[in-house]
Design a protein around this ligand. Structure first.
Ligand SMILES: NC(=O)C1=CN([C@@H]2O[C@H](COP(=O)(O)OP(=O)(O)OC[C@H]3O[C@@H](n4cnc5c(N)ncnc54)[C@H](OP(=O)(O)O)[C@@H]3O)[C@@H](O)[C@H]2O)C=CC1
Ligand SMILES: CC(=O)N[C@@H](CCC(=O)OP(=O)(O)O)C(=O)O
Length: 344
């Protein structure tokens, strides 16, 4: 059995890891921690866990001391210290936040307004988009789980960029996220009265997932890619839907793109390329680790339109982290992750 610990277990991503791991046959929860709720039972913070998982929240040092794998579900800027302690002990650290996602320290400093405190640690870290980086993830001591929006975008565009089906010069990404994406802390725009009945973009031209998206898409395309990325806040709990607009390369067609996507993802257990004509919908991936992708065109402008849907808390966070843990520990990749999305 693998002993797993969670630092920041009271956050949305942390408690979602705890929920999914309840039914993982090869994982035993070692310890979970919180600063604000130390010594309280997790079920007092999240009563859905009453009678199922009632362990006390403890200190992060206890989590690290007792775990083979530690999930850090923390705000940006605080993970390095915990990652270092894990590396020193020989435990694997999987970071849910953004501290190990970007290759270039200067880019991180610009977008996250802080510097790396332990730059040498970042040389040991790999990017945790599972489908893209399995071989590296399988041996890494530190894994930077991708952002939720970048997961939907990268999986949605990878075959088009690799297959030369599109021009890389004008990529427009329009994404919508459910409100759990903002975490448990209340901000003005996540207040019920502000959110309910509303729908608007935020951080237009300035969202910190932009450099992460460009970094991954550039590697996939083999050339520097820039994107226009606009996130929106949806008044639903879970789900991300990214609608992406790209100009077809000369000679490319929707039918060719569809065949290429089906072929590309044929062996991927968590990526579903929908039948021609069907449309990806957040409703069909809720509570599951699936990424649904549908392909469309605007024929009169020669535009390929890719729609990708994930559950931000599962494939966009906790599910992908557990998928990475499975890869890292040599377990079947789907173990503990075969949740079927409910119909309604
Ligand atoms: N929600 C989502 O859809 C996704 C989130 N993520 C990322 O996962 C991480 C966690 O997000 P989320 O769960 O939404 O956030 P929350 O705000 O819901 O939770 C944050 C957690 O971090 C803990 N924490 C805060 N500061 C510190 C500190 N200095 N030392 C130790 N623990 C601390 C809090 O503990 P305490 O109990 O003390 O308050 C809490 O458990 C973030 O980096 C986020 O960006 C990634 C992908 C998707
Ligand atoms: C709805 C909402 O607010 N979503 C968050 C994204 C959550 C996420 O994945 O962000 P990290 O990079 O911090 O992991 C946001 O836009 O900042």
């Amino acid at each position: 059995m693998i002993k797993a610990g969670i630092i920041g277990a009271t956050g949305y991503a942390g408690v979602e890891i705890l929920r999914i791991l309840q039914s993982h046959p090869e994982v035993q929860i070692a310890a979970i921690s919180s600063v604000s709720f130390e010594e309280q039972g997790i079920d007092t913070v999240y009563p859905n866990l009453y009678g199922i998982e009632e362990r006390k929240l403890t200190h992060s040092d206890e989590v690290i001391a007792g775990s083979d794998v530690v999930f850090g579900s923390l705000p940006a800027g605080v993970s390095e210290e915990f990652a270092q302690k894990c590396v020193d002990r020989g435990a694997v650290f999987i970071d849910m936040g953004a501290d190990f996602r970007l290759d270039d320290e200067a880019v991180y400093a610009k977008w996250y307004k802080q510097a790396y405190k332990r730059p040498e640690l970042h040389e040991k870290a790999v990017y945790g988009l599972t489908e893209w980086n399995r071989a590296e993830i399988a041996k890494a001591p530190v894994i930077g789980n991708p952002g939720c929006f970048p997961t939907s975008v990268a999986l949605g565009l990878w075959p088009a960029l690799m297959g030369g089906l599109v021009k890389t010069g004008s990529i427009v990404i329009d994404s919508k996220s459910g409100v759990t994406g903002a975490g448990r802390g209340l901000t003005q725009n996540t207040h019920y009265a502000e959110l309910n009945e509303g729908f608007a973009p935020y951080k237009i031209g300035a969202h910190r997932h932009t450099p992460e998206i460009e970094q991954t898409l550039s590697k996939m395309a083999g050339t520097q890619v820039q994107v226009v990325f606009t996130p929106h806040l949806l008044p639903i709990n879970r789900g991300i839907l990214s609608t992406m607009y790209l100009k077809f390369a000369d000679g490319a067609t929707l039918a060719r793109a569809h065949a290429a996507y089906e072929d590309f993802y044929r062996k991927e257990p968590f990526v579903r390329v929908l039948r021609a004509g069907d449309i990806a919908n957040v409703k069909n991936v809720r509570y599951s680790n699936y990424c649904d992708i549908s392909l469309h065109e605007d024929a009169h402008t020669g535009t390929l339109i890719v729609v990708a849907a994930i559950d931000n808390m599962v494939k966009g966070a906790a599910g992908q982290a557990i998928q990475n843990m499975n890869v890292r520990f040599g377990l079947p990749e789907t173990m503990g992750l075969t949740m079927v999305p409910p119909a309604f």
